[in-house]
Design a protein around this ligand. Structure first.
Ligand code: FE2
Ligand code: FE2
Length: 281
C-alpha cells in the first residue's frame, strides 16, 4: 500500500463534473487506513468525493484543522454518510468567532465559526478527541496541535476577532492545526488555512519530528489575506527549506499563487479540486 492525498474541496476546479467552493478538504489514504482532513463549506464534499471515487464511509477518522465554516461546514453531511466518527481537533474548534466584513456601507463582525453547537454535533455522531499539542493520531500521521508564533513577519489577519467581556479582540486562532505525514520520501504537511503562519508551522513540525526532508506542502496558506511583505518574507523562508513540492490551495489567493508558481517552478503545483499526490510506502 502507498500514500495518496486527493483534494476534495477547494476554490478552483480544473475539469467538468467537479464543484469549487471557498473551502478545503483532502482525502488521505495511508498504508493503515483513510483519514479525511477538513470538510469544506458543505457544498462540494459529497459530490466531489463521489466523482473522484473517494468513499467517505471508508475513513477511520476526521481531522479538523480549525473551526472556520469553510473547513467545518461539511461536517454533518460527512457524519450523515459515515455514521459516528472520531474527530481529531483542538478544543477551540467549537468557539464562536468572527471576521470584519463589508455589510452594506460599513464593516461589521460576521460569524465565521463552526455552524453548530457541540451538543448538536455530538448528537449526530461526532466523537471529539481533543489535541492541543503535537500528537501521533495514526501510525506516521500527526496533528501539530498549537503552533508557537515566533516568526516576526507572520502577523496574522487582523480582521479575525472574538468577543471578550463585550469587546472585540484579535482571535488567537490557537486551534489552527496542520496534519503531518511521515513518509519514506519525507514529510508531507497538509495545511488548513495556516493561520499560525506557514513558516511557524514548518519550524514546529521540523522541531517535533526531527526530520527536515519536506516532500510536499499542500493546502491553504492565508497569504491571500496577508500583507505583501509577509508573502515576500515567506518565499525567502521557504527557500531555506528543502521542499520538493509546494501545492498551495484555497486562501493562498490568486496573486500569491502566481508569485509562488514563478518562484518554485517545477517544484510548484496548483492544489485544486482533484489534485492527487501519490507516494510509495
Ligand atoms: Fe479557509
Ligand atoms: Fe480559516
Amino acid at each position: 500500500m502507498s500514500w495518496k492525498i486527493t483534494i476534495l474541496c477547494e476554490n478552483t476546479v480544473p475539469r467538468p463534473g467537479l464543484l469549487g467552493e471557498h473551502g478545503f478538504a483532502a482525502y488521505v489514504e495511508t498504508p493503515d487506513g483513510n483519514i479525511l482532513f477538513d470538510t469544506g463549506q458543505g457544498f462540494s464534499l459529497v459530490q466531489n468525493a463521489l466523482r473522484l471515487q473517494k468513499d467517505l464511509r471508508q475513513v477511520s477518522q476526521l481531522v479538523l484543522s480549525h473551526g472556520h465554516f469553510d473547513h467545518t461546514g461539511g461536517l454533518l453531511a460527512f457524519l450523515g454518510l459515515h455514521g459516528p466518527c472520531d474527530i481529531a481537533a483542538h478544543p477551540d474548534v467549537l468557539s464562536e468567532r468572527f471576521r470584519w466584513m463589508p455589510q452594506g456601507p460599513e464593516e461589521k463582525p460576521v460569524s465565521i465559526g463552526i455552524p453548530w453547537r457541540e451538543a448538536y454535533i455530538t448528537s449526530r455522531g461526532a466523537r471529539f478527541q481533543w489535541h492541543t499539542s503535537f500528537t501521533e493520531i495514526a501510525r506516521n500521521v500527526f496533528v501539530t496541535g498549537e503552533v508557537p508564533r515566533q516568526s516576526p513577519f507572520e502577523t496574522g489577519d487582523p480582521k479575525f476577532v472574538v468577543r471578550r467581556d463585550g469587546e472585540w479582540v484579535p482571535d488567537p486562532l490557537l486551534d489552527d492545526c496542520s496534519m503531518v505525514l511521515k513518509t519514506p520520501q519525507g514529510l508531507v504537511i497538509i495545511l488548513g488555512c495556516a493561520h499560525a503562519g506557514v513558516v511557524n508551522i514548518l519550524d514546529h513540525v521540523v522541531a517535533k519530528t526531527g526530520e527536515d526532508r519536506i516532500y510536499a506542502i499542500l493546502g491553504g496558506t492565508h497569504l491571500g489575506f496577508s500583507a505583501e511583505t509577509q508573502l515576500e518574507q515567506t518565499i525567502k523562508a521557504l527557500k531555506k527549506y528543502h521542499i520538493e513540492l509546494l501545492a498551495p490551495s484555497h486562501c493562498t489567493g490568486q496573486h500569491p499563487v502566481a508569485r509562488l508558481a514563478a518562484e518554485f517552478g517545477k517544484g510548484f503545483a496548483f492544489g485544486h479540486v482533484g489534485f492527487v499526490l501519490g507516494l510509495m510506502s
